[in-house]
Design a protein around this ligand. Structure first.
Ligand code: GUN
Ligand code: ZN
Length: 443
C-alpha cells in the first residue's frame, strides 16, 4: 500500500562524502530551516524549506520540529546483542573478560525464550539511541539468530546478523563443529539473507576459537554465497595477538590467518584492528575490507588506541561500533565522544563532521550498503533521527553559546546520549518517540 507523503521541517544535517576525500566543507549538507520529504519508506526530497515547499504539493502534511536537528539514522558496525545482560562487567581485559563474564552469559541463549527477551530489549535500546542499522553477533546457538531476525523483521529494520562459529578454546557448552557450524550457517543464510531488509553475516568469533577446518568452512560459505557478510574480531589486544601467532605458527600475521582461508572481501568487517602492521593495513585496503572502530570498548577493556589516521593513509573503510557489552554505551553519540578522546591521546583531532560521517555514511560505506542507507539523499531509505538540541538544561545552556553548526554538532556528540534522541524513524515510520510509551521488555 502506498504511504502518504510527509514533509518534516527542522534543521537538517547529513553527510555526503568522507571529509578526507572532499574536505570538511563539502562533506556535508546543512539546512538551518530544512525540509525532508518521505514517501513509501524513501526520501523523495530534501533542501531548504523555501525551495522544497515551493516544489511539493500545496497541501502536503508538514510536521514541524523546534530546537531539533534531523540526521540520518546511526549505523553501528559492530555489536553483540547477547552481551546486553553483562555490559559493565568489572575488572578484566579481553581474554579473562570473555572467560569470566561473556561465555557464561552467552550460554543462556540456548533458551530461545531468553534470547527473544534480550533481542527485544536490545532492539528497543538501538531505537532509543537512534541506531537504525547494526552488524550484530549472535551466539553459537542458531536459535539466537532466528529470534533476532524475527524481531528485526517485525520492526522492518535493515539489520545484519550471524551465528557465532566457535569449535575450540571455549567451554564445551558453547562450541559447534566445522560441520554443524557450516550447516547451521547455511540454513540461516537460506532463511534470512536478503529477506526484506535483513542480511546474513558469517561470524567466526575470532581466530583463536576456530580450528583451521572451521576457518576453511567460512571461506567455503563465502564462495557459495558471495554477497553475504563476514564478521569477526581482529588485533584487539596484545595477548590475543600473541596467542593467534602461537596457534597459527605457519601464518605471517593475525590477518594472514583469515586471508589464508579467503575471508577478506568487500563485505568483510573486522572489529578493532588496533595493533595492525603496515602489511596488514595494505591487505585490508587491497581487499576492500572494513574495520569497525569501537572506542568505548577499546577503553573499557584497556585494549589500546585505534589509529584512525593510519587507516586513512591506507584508505581502509572505517565505521563506528559500540561493541556492547565490552562497549559501555549503545549511543553512537557517546561513542563519537570517546573517539574524540582516543584521538586526543594520540595528539590527533577528530572533527565533529568526520565523526558524523563515521557514524552514518562511513558505516554504510563500510558495509557497502551506501546505495540504500547512510544519509538523506533522495532515493535512500528513510531511516532518520530527530535529535533534541535542548535535551537537557545543560545542553540548552551550552547550545546558546554556539555560533555555528560545527560547534553545535560537537556539543551534541560530547554531551548527547539517548536523552538527545527525540524520535527515530524506520523506513519512513516513527519507531520511537522519547515522549511515547516506554517499552517494557519482559525480562
Ligand atoms: N574477541 C572475541 N570475542 C570477543 C567479544 O565478544 N568481544 C570483544 N570485544 N572482543 C572479542
Ligand atoms: Zn566484539
Amino acid at each position: 500500500m502506498a504511504s502518504q507523503k510527509i514533509a518534516y521541517r527542522s534543521a537538517i544535517v547529513h553527510s555526503v562524502a568522507d571529509p578526507k576525500d572532499v574536505g570538511l566543507d563539502d562533506s556535508y549538507q546543512y539546512f538551518e530551516d530544512g525540509v525532508l520529504v518521505v514517501e513509501n519508506g524513501h526520501i523523495v526530497d530534501i533542501g531548504s524549506a523555501d525551495d522544497v515547499l515551493a516544489r511539493q504539493p500545496k497541501h502536503i502534511t508538514v510536521k514541524v520540529f523546534k530546537d531539533k536537528i534531523i540526521t540520518s539514522g546511526f549505523i553501528d558496525t559492530h555489536i553483540h546483542y547477547p552481551q546486553t545482560g553483562m555490559i559493565a562487567s568489572y575488572g578484566e581485559q579481553l581474554l579473562d573478560w570473555l572467560e569470566n563474564y561473556t561465555f557464561p552469559e552467552e550460554l543462556r541463549f540456548k533458551n530461545p525464550i531468553y534470547a527473544h527477551q534480550v533481542a527485544t530489549l536490545f532492539l528497543d535500546e538501538l531505537a532509543s539511541n537512534g541506531t537504525t542499522t547494526a552488524l550484530v553477533f549472535g551466539t553459537v546457538h542458531k536459535e539466537s539468530v532466528n529470534v533476532f531476525f524475527e524481531e528485526a523483521e517485525k520492526r522492518n529494520l535493515r539489520m545484519i546478523a550471524g551465528k557465532v562459529l566457535m569449535d575450540r578454546n571455549a567451554p564445551d557448552y558453547l562450541t559447534d563443529t566445522p560441520q554443524s557450524g557450516y550447516e547451521e550457517s547455511k540454513e540461516l543464510i537460506e532463511r534470512w539473507h536478503n529477506k526484506g531488509r535483513l542480511h546474513y553475516a558469517v561470524t567466526p568469533r575470532f581466530a583463536p576459537t576456530s580450528t583451521n577446518e572451521q576457518l576453511a568452512t567460512v571461506g567455503q560459505l563465502l564462495k557459495e554465497y558471495p554477497d553475504v557478510f563476514m564478521h569477526t574480531h581482529l588485533s584487539e589486544n596484545k595477548k590475543e595477538i600473541e596467542w593467534v601467532l602461537d596457534l597459527f605458527p605457519e601464518r605471517e600475521s593475525y590477518l594472514d590467518v583469515y586471508d589464508h582461508y579467503g575471508l577478506l572481501h568487500k563485505r568483510s568487517v573486522f572489529a578493532h584492528g588496533i595493533h595492525l602492521s603496515d602489511c596488514e593495513c595494505q591487505r585490508l585496503a587491497d581487499t576492500d575490507s572494513s574495520i569497525a572502530f569501537c572506542p568505548t570498548s577499546n577503553l573499557f577493556l584497556g585494549s589500546g588506541l585505534f589509529n584512525l589516521p593510519k587507516m586513512e593513509k591506507f584508505n581502509i573503510n572505517v565505521g563506528m561500533g559500540t561493541d556492547v557489552g565490552a562497549g559501555t554505551s549503545f549511543s553512537l553519540l557517546q561513542t563519537m565522544s570517546e573517539a574524540y578522546k582516543i584521538m586526543q591521546l594520540q595528539q590527533e583531532k577528530l572533527h565533529p563532521v568526520k565523526s558524523l560521517f563515521l557514524a552514518t555514511l562511513g558505516g554504510a560505506k563500510a558495509l557497502h550498503l551506501d546505495d540504500k542507507i547512510g544519509n538523506l539523499a533522495i532515493g535512500k531509505e528513510a531511516d532518520f533521527v530527530v535529535l533534541d538540541l535542548h535535551a537537557t538544561q545543560l545542553m540548552r545552556f551550552r547550545m546558546k553559546q554556539t555560533t555555528n553548526l560545527e560547534e553545535k554538532l560537537f556539543v551534541l556528540m560530547s554531551l548527547g546520549d539517548d536523552r538527545t534522541v527525540s524520535q527515530t524513524y524506520i523506513y519512513g515510520k516513527k519507531a520511537y518517540d522519547i515522549h511515547g510509551e516506554t517499552p517494557k521488555a519482559q525480562i
